[in-house]
Design a protein around this ligand. Structure first.
Ligand code: AP5
Length: 217
């Protein structure tokens, strides 16, 4: 089964996808994470994507689509993917549908997290992650015991380049214009479920599980 998890920056897609993967067996595929890995490894794709990402703009469709679809038909993604941050444009949605259909697969549901912009901005600007082990923190909701230091491994905490207030505002503004046609596309296909992304992390997970068209043990 293939599921799309969408929503604005900071809606909780990455946080929730990790929890849903644990509870459902769907395998999390985040185009943002894949792109950040390419940037860190200084691959050709990473070099091409870096400018767009640091300005808070979308990476061109053909680059992201090729990168995502290259993964989907190989282990561990062969029996079902939880897409996070993909598709983000109508062209990406169509490319995904065509690719899945060629292997008798299809998007079974689209879960769209919603939250007000001010909350999203607070989540983005307060996000931190350990530069060594990757553990996630939030300055308000999940602060580390010592400022700037990872509780788990003692590594230094970093914020994402695109989480500055200025860039986060650009990402949110653009999401509303670029994201709307994708939502409409999935509404017309009868696949879109809007899920309230406010409240605590476990509460949002329960809402997402309720909206998923599968039985969770
Ligand atoms: P990407 O990494 O996908 O970023 P995004 O969509 O902007 O989403 P975020 O990762 O910022 O937020 P999230 O919704 O995952 O929230 P999270 O769970 O981390 O993409 C980055 C860039 O890559 C894009 O700008 C673009 O340039 C490029 N890109 C990626 N995919 C692309 C595509 N398909 N096409 C073109 N370009 C693409 O949570 C955020 C914070 O809030 C965390 O600190 C978390 O702990 C906290 N939090 C989450 N939920 C809660 C809660 N319920 N209560 C309290 N705190 C919470």
């Amino acid at each position: 089964m293939d599921i799309v998890l969408m929503g604005p920056p900071g809606a909780g897609k990455g946080t929730q996808a990790a929890r849903l993967q644990e509870k459902t067996g769907l395998v999390h595929l985040s185009t943002g994470d894949l792109l950040r890995r390419h940037v860190a490894d200084r691959t050709e794709l990473g070099n091409q994507a870096y400018g767009c990402m640091s300005r808070g703009e979308l990476v061109p469709d053909e680059l992201v689509t090729t990168m995502a679809l290259d993964q989907v038909f190989s282990p561990p993604y062969t029996s079902g993917v939880l897409f996070d941050g993909f598709p983000r444009t109508r062209a990406q949605a169509v490319a995904l549908e065509e690719a899945l259909a060629s292997r008798q697969r299809r998007v079974a549901a689209v879960l769209c997290l919603t939250a007000p912009d001010e909350l999203l901005l607070q989540r983005l600007t307060g996000r931190r992650a350990c530069g060594d082990c990757g553990a996630g923190y939030h300055l308000l909701d999940k602060p580390p015991a010592a400022d700037g230091v990872c509780d788990a491994c003692g590594g230094g905490l970093l914020s994402r380049d695109d989480d500055s207030e200025e860039t986060a505002r650009i990402r949110l503004r653009d999401h509303h214009t670029v994201g709307a046609p994708v939502e409409d596309h999935y509404v017309r296909a009868g696949l879109l479920h809007r899920v309230d992304g406010t409240g605590g992390v476990p509460e949002v997970t329960e809402r997402l599980l309720d909206a998923l068209p599968l039985t969770v043990p």
